[in-house]
Design a protein around this ligand. Structure first.
Ligand code: SAM
Ligand code: SF4
Length: 327
């Protein structure tokens, strides 16, 4: 193994978010405009062979966990085959999905080596789901969740973004539902990553508020170990069930960040909010050796900033929205 990926602040990078596509079959209003985005042209996307080669270089530099994301990663053709190849690299693999196509693929993905899954679901109400995602697929997501659990993916986590006046009245209901079904629920603060630039710090539903609301119906006890995990976990009514809150904006975890991102077109990003990217696709296609790719990667990590800077003067939202970076 090569020397690990350490940045200028001593943070060691062992986790990779791998975006498999920028396309999506939903249109969550806080993530994508109704007409979709200008999708990456196919020749710009990394092929499976290219992805496996690059992830191998990340692994040789100490990356141990890989989360597959997008866009909607289940839209990637031949996903179980890719999962099997990545799994052979000895990596712990997880998936973040909207759950729409999960019922059909959960079993094959589990057999290919996928271990855990995060399904994004912002509401329990089908009519509200339609308003929020512009697609009538609520029942598919619920079936996808059940299929993930039945296939033995564990834990099955549910990610929820609460928005004021949209779904912020559902927090207690969502928690009771998750407890009942054995899903681990995590609320994520909305971040300034939308292409419409509609994010507003003033109206964001923050971690303090979420915890206060949940605390009215359940006893929440902080679980001490956080490490590099972004979610603060709480035992619900003494446990063992937990609920998590990811306070990316108001409780940033940049100091212990161990995460890198590779976009579907082969650009390394050392932070979700980075303004710069490092191109691995061009050198890869021009015949660079693994050592040369590893050097590029090291340089990309060395330039990582101390924090995301949201709320600081001069903060500028990244050019690519969340769905194109890989959430
Ligand atoms: N399509 C998949 C999904 O929805 O899970 C994977 C990609 S999606 C960009 C990953 C996660 O990012 C989802 O849980 C989504 O709710 C979340 N997300 C999107 N835009 C966000 C924002 N501006 N702030 C916080 N989370 C956001
Ligand atoms: Fe698609 Fe996920 Fe964005 Fe929703 S949050 S539009 S499912 S990429």
């Amino acid at each position: 193994m090569r020397a690990p990926l350490v940045d200028g602040f001593g943070r060691v990078h062992t986790d990779l978010r791998l975006s498999l596509t920028d396309r999506c079959n939903l249109r969550c209003t806080y993530c994508m405009p109704a007409e979709g985005l200008d999708w990456l042209p196919r020749p710009q996307l990394l092929t499976d062979d290219e992805l496996v080669r690059l992830v191998g270089v990340f692994a040789s530099l100490g990356v141990r966990t890989v989360r597959l994301t997008g866009g909607e990663p289940l839209l990637r053709r031949g996903l179980p085959g890719l999962v099997a190849r990545l799994s052979e690299l000895g990596l712990a693999l997880s998936l973040t999905t909207n759950g729409v196509g999960l019922e059909r693929q959960a079993e094959a993905l589990r057999a290919a080596g996928l271990r855990r899954v995060n399904v994004s679901l912002d509401t329990l109400r089908p009519d509200r789901f339609l308003e929020l995602t512009l697609r009538d697929r609520h029942a598919d997501v619920l079936r996808g969740l059940a299929a993930a659990r039945a296939a033995g993916l564990a834990p099955v986590k549910v990610n929820t973004v609460l928005m004021r006046g949209v779904n912020d009245d559902e927090a207690p209901e969502l928690l009771d539902w998750a407890l009942e079904h054995g899903y681990a629920l995590r609320f994520i603060e909305q971040m300034p990553l939308d292409p419409q630039h509609g994010w507003d710090r003033g109206t964001m539903v923050d971690a303090d508020e979420i915890l206060a609301v949940l605390g009215r119906t359940h006893a929440l006890t902080p679980v001490e170990v956080r490490g590099s995990a972004p979610a603060e976990e709480f035992l619900v009514d003494g446990g063992p069930a937990t609920v998590g809150v990811v306070g990316s904006v108001t409780r940033p975890f940049c100091g212990s960040c161990d995460r890198l991102r590779l976009t579907a077109d082969g650009q390394v990003r050392n932070c979700l909010f980075a303004r710069d990217e490092s191109d691995l696709r061009a050198p890869l296609r021009e015949g660079a050796s693994d050592d040369e790719l590893a050097d590029r990667l090291r340089l990309a990590v060395a330039g990582k900033k101390k924090g995301h800077g949201i709320g600081e003067p001069g903060f500028v939202q990244p050019d690519r929205p969340m769905s194109a970076i890989g959430g």
